[in-house]
Every structure is written in C-alpha cells, then in structure tokens.
Design a protein around this ligand. Structure first.
Ligand SMILES: Nc1ncnc2c1ncn2[C@@H]1O[C@H](COP(=O)(O)OP(=O)(O)OP(=O)(O)O)[C@@H](O)[C@H]1O
Ligand SMILES: [Mg+2]
Length: 353
C-alpha cells in the first residue's frame, strides 16, 4: 500500500508543528524521516497513523483518502520509541494481543492465533522467548517483540518512531540491518524516524530531511549527501565549517583562496558562505605571508586512521574543525598552540541569507 501525504499542516496553539508537508512513499519503500528534535517527525507519523488529526491537508493510502478512517481500520503497524510491552503478559500474549482484541467476526481461531504468533516470533528470531515476561528481556529483544506485535495485524504500512533509540550503537546497527531485511521480505511501505543520520543513510531507500515543520529535501541517501539542497541539510548531514567570503562570476574568494561556486555563476560581489567538510581542509605552517585562514591548533584527538584537529581562528572568534590522515599529522609534527593556515580545498557555496 502506498502512502501519500498532501499539504499537511498542524498547529499547536500558535506554533506550527507541520507546515504544508507533502510526501509520497511507494509500496516496498523504506523511508527515513530525519531532522532535529522538535521538527515535527512524530507529529507527522501520528497523523499518518491516524492517532492525530491535521488542520488541513490529507493522507491517502493507495490513492484513497484515509482522513476519516479510524486508526483500527488503517492496517497500520506502529512502534514508538518508548513503546512499552504489557508487563504482566508473556511475550507470546503480547504478540497475540492485537489478534485477541479483534471483533469476534474477524478474530482468528485459537489454533490460528497460536500458529500466527509463533510464525511472527520466528520472523523476529525470538521464538525461544515466548514464555518469558518483558522484564526478562534485553532492550533489543523488547524492541523486536514490539515489532512482532505491530506485525500481528498484517499491516500494509509500518511506522516506526525511533524504534532503536534507547539502544547502544552496536545493537542498533544489528537491528537496523535486520529491519531492512524484514522490510524487504514483507514488502510494505515503511517510514522510520531517527535523528541518527548514519542510521538513515545506511538503511533507507530515501531520506526525508525535516526542519522546523517543513521538508527541506527528499532524496536517496547518495543524493542528499552529495547534493544537499540547502545550508541546513549540508550542516545537518555531517560536520561542516562555514567560511564567509564573496563570489564573483562563479568564483568564491576569501583569505587569498579561490574556489569554484558554479551555483552562483552570475553573481557580482555577492556575499557568500563556503561550507567546508573537515576532511576538505588542508593545513600549512604559518610563517607569514601565506594564503589561508590563520588559525591556532587548540586540540588534537586521534581516532583510527584520522587525526581530528580543533583550530581556533585568529582573525575572528570561531573554530574550524579539520580531519587529516593520521600519517600526515605525524609527518607535519604539529604541536598544540602552533600557528597554522587552514585552506579549504573544496566547498559548497551558498549565498548569504
Ligand atoms: N500535543 C502537543 N501540544 C503542544 N505542542 C506539541 C504537541 N505535540 C507536539 N508539540 C510540539 O510540536 C513540535 C513538534 O513535535 P514532534 O514531537 O513532532 O517533534 P519531533 O520531530 O518528533 O522531535 P523529537 O526528535 O524530539 O522526538 C514540538 O515543538 C512540540 O513541542
Ligand atoms: Mg519524536
């Protein structure tokens, strides 16, 4: 079942939580909703689920308006970040719950329920835990049981609000790969909220970047990573330094450095900011007269193959972060407190607001 969100808006008092949001999700597609805290991700998911209403706009499931359809009839499975399992019920009974509360006319037989629950527990690879209680499970196991419970009613749409939020990095990684496989097997339309950009880029077919109630960009992980549409997206996906300068005829210039800015090819003396990733910065010793941004090396930390340098700008109050190969860092024999020149090698240039 495909999901279409059309011009959704939602206010809470005077606050615009969602501002004219439109989105299309195909059957079989896994879409990640990514954005800072408070940008409206949960609100959007709740409106799609039917747990919340919009002020205007509509939600269509396979082309049919679902706005007036009750949440129980939407065939939507959801898992929320702090989705508690029923403590007094075994794992088996938790998963069976959605089937047992069905209307008598639709409810499967007891034998059918048993078969179905074991099938689901096998799917999440936890059948051996059927008789345990939630308190006897690890966090990751609980999340998988919550997912099995959501799947019991055979949803055609799966909505997951930070399903792995509370877990440690290693378990998250395992679970998100597992989620990807499960999603592919079920062939549903899934939307999953995260504020972990790595998680979104790794598992999603497409990423929706939200900011302050609106959609900034929608694209494949590669598209949004390589061609961020706005300064917000650029800054949100990974660390970035901002260096103010001017653009003339498609060339950005500052501190004696020139970089191509093809997006602004017609501009004249246009104020513009170069967005530079830490690994796009070259460093040189500052023995006077060279080109580049004068900085002082404040702090270095070494992690794996890279050295991360915190550089304090000497021309204004600001920091620059640089990432250089560890070997280069050793060869340069840099010392903390030393004066250097930071030279952006490449950048994405946006006109100043
Ligand atoms: N019932 C409500 N009443 C008033 N304001 C609300 C309500 N629900 C959400 N909001 C506000 O709407 C905005 C969006 O909330 P939402 O929960 O959708 O954000 P989010 O993107 O899911 O954030 P997080 O990443 O922190 O979960 C927030 O500023 C929030 O305070
Ligand atoms: Mg939320």
């Amino acid at each position: 079942m495909s999901i279409e969100v059309k011009n959704l808006s939602r206010r809470f008092g005077n606050f615009r939580a969602l501002d004219n949001v439109s989105l299309h999700i195909e059957t079989g597609e896994l879409v990640a909703l990514l954005g800072p805290s408070g940008c409206g991700k949960t609100t959007l998911l709740r409106i799609i689920a039917g747990l919340e209403t919009a002020d205007s706009g509509s939600v269509l499931f396979s082309g049919e308006d679902a706005t007036g359809v009750d949440v129980r009839h939407r065939r939507v499975g959801f898992v929320f970040q702090h989705y508690a399992l029923f403590k007094h019920m075994t794992v088996f009974e938790n998963v069976a719950f959605g089937l047992r509360v069905m209307r008598r006319s639709e409810r499967p037989s007891e034998a059918r329920i048993r078969a179905k629950v074991h099938e689901l527990l096998n799917l999440v690879q936890l059948d051996w835990l059927a008789d345990r209680y939630p308190a006897q499970l690890s966090g990751g196991q609980r999340q998988r049981i919550a997912l099995a419970r959501a799947l019991a009613v055979e949803p055609q749409v799966l909505l997951l609000d930070e399903p792995f939020g509370a877990l440690d990095a290693k378990v998250r990684k395992e679970l998100r790969r597992w989620l990807r496989r499960l999603h592919d097997e079920l062939h549903v339309a899934s939307v999953f909220v995260t504020h972990d950009q790595e998680e979104a880029l790794e598992v999603a077919d497409r990423v929706v970047l939200m900011n302050a109630g609106h959609v900034e960009q929608v694209g494949t992980p590669r598209e949004v990573w390589e061609h961020p549409a706005t300064p917000f997206v650029y800054g949100f996906l990974g660390d970035v330094n901002q260096v103010a300068g001017h653009v003339n005829d498609g060339i950005w210039q500052a501190h004696g450095i020139e970089l191509p800015a093809p997006e602004l090819h017609g501009a004249r003396q246009q104020e513009a900011v170069a967005y530079v990733r830490p690994h796009e910065i070259d460093l040189a010793r500052n023995d006077g007269g060279g080109q580049g941004i004068p900085v002082r090396l404040r702090h270095v930390y070494l992690a794996g193959p890279s050295a991360y340098l915190e550089l304090e700008r000497q021309d204004r109050q600001d920091m620059i972060e640089a990432q250089v190969p560890e070997q280069l860092y050793r060869e340069l024999q840099l010392k903390e407190g030393e004066s250097l020149l930071a030279r952006p090698r490449r950048a994405r240039v946006f006109a100043s607001a």
